[in-house]
Design a protein around this ligand. Structure first.
Ligand code: FE2
Length: 245
């Protein structure tokens, strides 16, 4: 299952990070290439570095349509992305400081950063656009802009739901293009792939299996309906680039 794939990725990274990082020089290039890395991040070097803090989304517990167990599992998964983003940043800074940027270790950590960082931010946007009651405000700015872009609010909703219902796992994201101000629903297959350049995420729906299977099994359509019943439209409206479009 794709959830397992994601967990495996996180576990791999955790194992990758937990070992001694101090010995990054020399032999570790070979260790990495051989699939048996023996590095970890130096935890004593955090001074002066920006670290990301996991946000608390416990206010969502008790939400209709998504069980406490599902949400708590999801929060734990999210916290892993925050932890790993910090570890990667720390490791990359360490390598930069040591002048070891032209190394397989640096390249590998740099490649992983998109997955972990986006995994963190996508979940934050997702949790933050949940916890609301009621539908979009008819006649509001967002309603008006979606109508302009899609012909009607209903057409946008149909397209967004269809995007989130596609076979495979990923994210459905309503993006606003920063240059034109236009709205487009995007399918994001992996956290780090397929995002529009200069896109402002307006509404995000997680359709990885871990986001719904505990409660809904294979009935993703029921999860999507529950998601829509819980959208925090006030928060979503705040993300609009009002100076555009
Ligand atoms: Fe998720």
């Amino acid at each position: 299952m794709e959830w397992d794939k994601e967990r495996r990725k996180n576990k791999e990274l955790f194992l990758f990070n937990r070992r001694r990082f101090l010995s990054l020089s020399g032999v570790l290039g070979l260790a990495l290439i051989s699939g048996k890395p023996d590095i970890s991040m130096a935890s004593s070097e955090k001074e002066g570095q920006m670290t990301f803090q996991a946000k608390d989304y416990n206010r969502l517990i008790g939400m209709e349509g998504l069980s406490d167990a599902l949400l708590k599992n999801h929060f734990t998964l999210y916290q892993g992305y925050v932890t790993n983003s910090n570890k990667l940043m720390e490791g990359l800074n360490q390598l930069l400081k040591e002048g070891k940027t032209a190394t397989p270790e640096y390249a590998e950590l740099k490649r992983r950063l998109g997955w972990e960082f986006n995994g963190m931010r996508l979940h934050e946007y997702y949790f933050e656009n949940l916890g609301g009651k009621g539908g979009v405000q008819k006649g509001g700015k967002l309603f008006q802009k979606l109508t302009e872009s899609f012909g009607s609010y209903e057409a946008w909703e149909k397209d967004f739901k269809a995007t989130g219902s596609m076979r495979g796992i990923g994210w459905a994201v309503l993006y606003q293009d920063v240059l034109s101000g236009k709205f487009i629903n995007f399918w994001i297959n992996e956290h780090e792939v397929g995002h529009p350049t200069g896109g402002m995420p307006i509404l995000i729906m997680d359709v990885f299996e871990h986001a719904f299977m505990i409660d809904y099994g294979l009935k993703r359509a029921d999860y999507i309906e529950a998601f829509f019943r819980n959208i925090n439209w006030t928060e979503v409206e705040k993300r609009l680039l009002l100076h555009k479009g």
